[in-house]
Ligand binder design. Structure first.
Ligand code: GUN
Ligand code: ZN
Length: 472
């Protein structure tokens, strides 16, 4: 049902088969509220949507919608031929604390209306909940997921959400249990309040801890991450599906999305975008419009940039340049930088996914030191055999040596000075100290490994202050 065709970092391009067609992932699913007339599914498809998401609970409790959906299906209700994922009402549970439907009822209902991706009624425990509350909620979620798996007999895919609040061991447990039950899609849930508070590091840890236990050949959905600024980061952490209510919510609030963050329409003199909307109107013209008209135009722009960013992320995967794209994008917000740095605690996981062979390594800042290619190189160099009694290591590439020093990689065998990664790395001449420190760690490992041999180090001025640690 899910076939991965290209990989980079922990991201991938995949084909997800649903009863209403194949969707290429990573994909963004615009959220449709069937009660609100906004941008129609037909227009969403024109703007770039390949799959939509709606809320089965809203349909269920609105008699007119429910009758139509039960009779003709959710696709007819929304008037679309695109695949449709349906959520269960858990979001309402998260935001309002209470709903009037059982797990069994809502799963049956989603089956009946021919949803392409069905979601049980998981319990979205909020962030920072007590451990015991989070555990108790999780046990109920697991019970409901088992019930759904036993009961559901439709042709759609079954999604099993991962919960556990901000307790990473519970996130792991949730993923482990869900994998045992066996879902087709694994959404990471309960993160909307974290996203809203810009607690991206906690979202990243929720994703990473789940990924350690989820099967690598199944799609992961990140519930409630609809801002284009975060797509590259979360795709690189292994998320394949995203849903966006953001395009509509931000538009309602006169906010304009970009891959670098959010702008207020009131503060814009120019539109930094060439979508059909931004070419046709100026910010001033838009401000003078009726609210309802403006909201639709802003919503459309928000969607155009979101799909554009997702295509850019996919191209970066194809080119094996996703690290480069992420390192550029995280500069949109300090907390995104902080979130990305969490990968240093998940090196082994990243190592499992990230491809070995790439074309180039562009050093774009201290976070480039965290790429698996760096550590992988340092480990590989330790396995290089040499029978020389004296090894010459030089930071000056014009000196004849057995090994050279190159930040952030460390020790590079002369014969690998033209190979990926170190030999294909473009680094700034005045590279930062973090790159030297990273390289020094590699050098230290190398010296320990060859401590029985005589080593001659030829180093320039810049290297001196990093050698104390190495030789200690
Ligand atoms: N929408 C936003 N967050 C969640 C969640 O945790 N679970 C479900 N089912 N839907 C959501
Ligand atoms: Zn635009």
């Amino acid at each position: 049902m899910f076939e991965v065709t290209d990989k980079d970092a922990m991201g991938r391009i995949g084909k997800l088969k649903t009863p209403h067609g194949v969707v290429e992932t990573p994909a963004l699913m615009p959220v449709i509220n069937p009660n609100i007339d906004f941008i129609s599914p037909k227009e969403l498809k024109k703007i770039g949507a390949e799959i939509l998401i709606t809320n089965s609970y809203i349909i269920y409790r609105t008699e007119k919608l429910r009758e139509k959906a039960e009779k003709d299906g959710v696709h007819a209700l929304l008037d679309t031929d695109l695949p449709v994922m349906t959520d269960s009402g858990s979001y309402q549970l998260l935001m309002y604390g209470e709903i009037e439907v059982s797990n069994e009822e809502i799963v049956k209902f989603q089956e009946k209306i021919k949803s392409d991706i069905v979601v049980p009624l998981d319990i979205p425990t909020p962030p920072d909940a007590d451990y015991s509350t989070a555990l108790k909620d999780l046990e109920e979620t697991i019970k409901r997921e088992k019930e759904a798996a036993e009961m559901y007999s439709g042709e759609g895919l079954l999604a099993l959400p991962i919960q556990g609040s901000t307790h990473w061991d519970l996130r792991e447990k949730s993923a482990e249990e869900a994998a045992k039950i066996g879902g087709d899609v694994y959404p990471i849930g309960g993160v909307v309040p974290l996203m809203d508070a810009y607690r991206f590091e906690d979202v990243a840890r929720a994703v990473l801890s789940a990924k350690t236990k989820l099967p690598p050949n199944k799609p992961v959905h990140l519930f409630g991450a609809g801002h284009p600024m975060v797509f590259a980061l979360f795709v690189a952490l292994g998320c394949d599906l995203f849903d966006s209510a953001a395009y509509a919510l931000f538009a309602k609030d006169d906010r304009y999305l970009t891959p670098y963050g959010t702008e207020k329409l009131s503060e814009l003199n120019y539109f930094p975008c060439s979508c059909p909307i931004c070419l046709e109107y100026t910010p001033e013209e838009m401000r003078r419009m009726e609210k309802s008209e403006r909201e639709i135009l802003l919503g459309k722009h928000n969607l155009y940039v979101s799909f554009e960013e997702m295509r850019r992320v996919k191209q970066a995967i194809k080119n094996n340049e996703l690290f480069e794209l992420v390192e550029r994008r995280i500069r949109a917000h300090p907390y995104l930088i902080q979130a990305w740095r969490a990968i240093k605690d998940y090196y082994d996981l990243m190592e499992k996914y990230d491809p070995f062979a790439k074309k180039v390594f562009f050093y774009l800042g201290t976070e480039s030191c965290l790429r698996p290619a760096v550590r992988r190189h340092q480990e590989r160099v330790l396995r290089v055999k040499t029978d020389k009694k004296e090894i010459v290591i030089s930071s000056d590439y014009s000196v004849k040596a057995d090994f050279y020093l190159k930040p952030p990689f460390g020790v590079v065998p002369a014969e690998l000075m033209e190979s990926y990664p170190a030999g294909h790395a473009e680094i700034p001449e005045d590279i930062d100290e973090e790159a030297y420190r990273t390289a020094a760690k590699g050098l230290k490992l190398f010296l320990e490994k060859h401590k029985d041999k005589k080593i001659r180090l030829v180093v320039d001025e810049k290297w001196r202050k990093f050698l104390d640690d190495v030789q200690a």
